[in-house]
Structures are given as C-alpha cells and as structure tokens.
Ligand binder design. Structure first.
Ligand SMILES: [Zn+2]
Ligand SMILES: [Zn+2]
Length: 201
C-alpha cells in the first residue's frame, strides 16, 4: 500500500533514463481545494500505473491508468455508493523549479499541462482531479431511493416516519416555501395515505 502516489523523475530529467515508471495501490487520496484538505475514499485498494517519457527540455508526457472504486454519497439518503471507474491518464508535464505544489495549467493549445517543481513528484492532486473529472456529478444508491425525512432526517427507505410532507434532500432548497399538498403530495409516496387521515374542513 502506498500513502501517496509518487514518481521519481530525477534520472529522467538528468537524461540517465528515457522513461520513468511507478505503480502501486491507493486506499484513499487526499487533495487540497480552497485551502481545505479533502479525501477521496475507495472501496478497495485502487491500482495505478504511470509512465513518464521525456519530450526534450523540461517537457514530459505522462500516461497510465487508475482504477478506483470510488465511494460517493447517495444524493438523496447520503449512504455510501460504490462507483467503479477506469480512468485513463494522459497529460503533458513541465518542470518549473519555482512550482511549490504540482498544479494543472491550461496551455494555449487548450491541452492541460501538469506543472511541477519537485522531481520526486507527488501525483495525489493530479490523480484526485482526474478522478473527479471522470466521476458522475451525483449518484443514487437506488433509482427508487426515497431519501431522508426533511424534518427528522429519518431514512425513508427503512419505512415512513411521522412527518408526511417530506421531500428528497436534494430538492429541499428548491421546494422550500411550497405549500404542502401541492408539489410535495405528488412526490411523496405516502401522500395519499396522509390525505386519508387529514380531517376535512
Ligand atoms: Zn439513497
Ligand atoms: Zn420525519
């Protein structure tokens, strides 16, 4: 198991070697975004392999593959969902001694360039970003997921709770202020039951 995916490019950059390789398994990936550390979780050790070839000067090309089973949250009930992925890796790279952290930059051609300043290159950020770009925006653990009760947070897949006018978590923002009995009633599988119990004025 590898804590962080690294590839050693010193020999490549000194032209002692024509290419460099690295492979391993990752049980998670940490990356920085907006000054915070985030973690991508994997259901099983995720295999990666990369190969870097020199293009002359400070430029290189990285290719390889990464096959994580990414753990995402169901958009409605927040339980874990396993998303198997096969990510093809391929990016231009450029060595810039002043780069403190590796980062992706868009070249004039529109191609992405991985800029790095440490020949002992940590691929965490690159792998995390590429994985997120290839991951679905949201997933459901089941197409018929009933979501959580908006009032008490009860998982409605496990049965109804006493609150009958709930909406799926992902729709709360849109539906705030909607009078109960209109939109809610149509979406709520228990609405007809609730209607029966309501006293008529
Ligand atoms: Zn769900
Ligand atoms: Zn409830």
């Amino acid at each position: 198991m590898t804590d962080s995916p690294r590839i050693h490019l010193g020999a490549l950059m000194r032209s002692t070697l024509d290419d460099a390789q690295a492979e391993g398994h990752l049980d998670h990936l940490q990356y920085e975004q907006g000054g915070e550390t985030h973690t991508l979780r994997f259901a099983a050790p995720a295999p990666f392999e990369v190969e870097v070839n020199t293009l002359g000067g400070s430029e290189m090309y990285l290719q390889g593959s990464f096959e994580p089973v990414l753990i995402m949250e169901c958009a409605r009930c927040l339980r874990d969902v396993e998303v198997p992925m096969e990510v093809q890796l391929g990016t231009l790279m450029r060595y810039e001694p002043s780069a403190e952290q590796p980062y992706l930059e868009e070249a004039e051609s529109g191609e992405e360039v991985l800029v790095f300043g440490d020949p002992d290159l940590d691929l965490s950020a690159y792998l995390a970003e590429t994985t997120l770009l290839n991951a679905p925006l949201s997933v459901l653990h089941d197409e018929a997921c009933k979501g959580l009760c908006q009032v008490c947070g009860h998982d409605l897949n496990e049965g109804p709770c006493e609150h009958m006018a709930q909406v799926p978590v992902e729709e709360i923002d849109d539906e705030l202020g909607t009078p109960s009995g209109s939109l809610h009633a149509k979406q709520n599988p228990f609405a007809s039951l609730a209607d029966l119990k309501l006293p008529e004025d």
